[in-house]
Design a binder for this molecule. Structure first.
Ligand code: PMP
Length: 313
């Protein structure tokens, strides 16, 4: 058994327990019909200050709340209580290293007793932390491919929130990118049902063209990514770059000077090629490098700016 996992404790409806003891019946509606939403939050260890900082905790909690609102899942806790519970579970685990924490809401309706999905009022909540070292500072650039699987449109499923059922869409796209010869977990790029670029599989996509930072707009059937918002603010603010939010065509990916993916889990991943078109000279470009460097300093708090984004544990 994985001792790194067994020693971790999570928060389950107000109780703290070892991860391995947190179980639910297989007959509950959540595993049967994917009735759950979640969020994913990173915490970065600042070794000089001996301090763990949760990155954009309030913003993640607000998005978690929006996901429950859109999916009509009410729970007994306020955003403030869930924020405090997140900090509490990180404190209890005493991580002195980079970590990730996922609040999840799901229904406990028992399908074996004839329960059906309704306007569930009593969502259960887990807040599950784990150790997850950052890969920022590495020098990788990945091969990507546009998948023939289309990003779920907003009139079919809500792409802008983290509903777990949405993740089958990414899974299929990722398998498709692998079938096309790519091998990275974040290799798939998805178009939306209007044929415009949406995002990566579980990551947002940015292009650099002629010194301008371009990102698909929030109505492109994308997740309203917090890293995307962070990068836009860092580029427009600290780096003084022009940021354009608009529809993006597939062929723009083939002529972009630089391309990178980003997200809480994926962090920053430069793209080396897309559909076998080399991006730039195949290495992370100068603007991408600048953004990655600043992002790493800001999340870890080795740059003092944007302190409002870092909550000390
Ligand atoms: N798109 C999707 C579909 C994702 O799952 C993620 C990861 N949460 C992202 C984009 C990046 O979002 P964020 O920056 O909020 O982690």
């Amino acid at each position: 058994m994985d001792s790194a996992k067994t020693s971790v404790k999570l928060w389950f409806d107000g109780n703290v327990m070892p991860v391995d003891e947190a179980t639910i019946p297989v007959t509950w509606i959540s595993p049967r019909m994917a009735s759950a939403v979640f969020d994913g939050i990173r915490a970065y260890w600042n070794a000089d200050r001996k301090q763990l900082y949760v990155f954009r905790l309030e913003d993640h909690m607000a998005r978690f709340s929006q996901a429950r609102h859109v999916l009509k899942m009410e729970c007994a806790w306020t955003d403030e209580e869930l924020t405090e519970a997140t900090l509490e579970i990180l404190r209890i685990n005493g991580f002195q290293e980079d970590a990730y924490v996922a609040p999840t809401a799901f229904f406990g309706v028992d399908t074996a007793a004839g329960g059906t999905p309704t306007l569930g009022k009593d969502a259960h909540i887990t807040i599950t932390p784990r150790r997850w070292p950052s890969s920022l500072g590495g020098d990788i650039a990945i091969e990507c491919a546009v998948s023939s699987w289309v990003r779920i449109p907003d009139h079919v499923m809500p792409p802008r929130v983290k509903c777990i059922a949405n993740y089958h869409n990414y899974r299929l796209a990722t398998l498709d990118a692998w079938r096309q010869g790519c091998d990275h977990f974040f290799s798939a790029i998805m178009l939306n049902s209007r044929g415009k670029v949406a995002e990566g599989a579980m990551a947002s996509l940015f292009l650099i063209r002629d010194g301008r930072v371009i990102v698909p707009s929030v109505s492109s059937d994308i997740l309203e990514s917090i890293t995307r918002a962070t990068v836009m603010e860092l580029c427009a603010g600290a780096l003084g770059l022009e940021v354009v939010e608009r529809e993006v065509d597939r062929t723009e990916l083939y002529i972009a000077d630089e391309l990178f993916l980003c997200g809480t889990g994926s962090e920053m991943i430069p793209v080396r090629s897309i559909d076998e078109y080399t991006v730039g000279d195949g290495n992370p470009g100068p603007i991408t490098r600048q953004i990655v460097d600043l992002y790493e300093k800001v999340v870890r708090g080795t740059d003092d700016r944007y302190g409002e984004w870092r909550t000390p544990v």
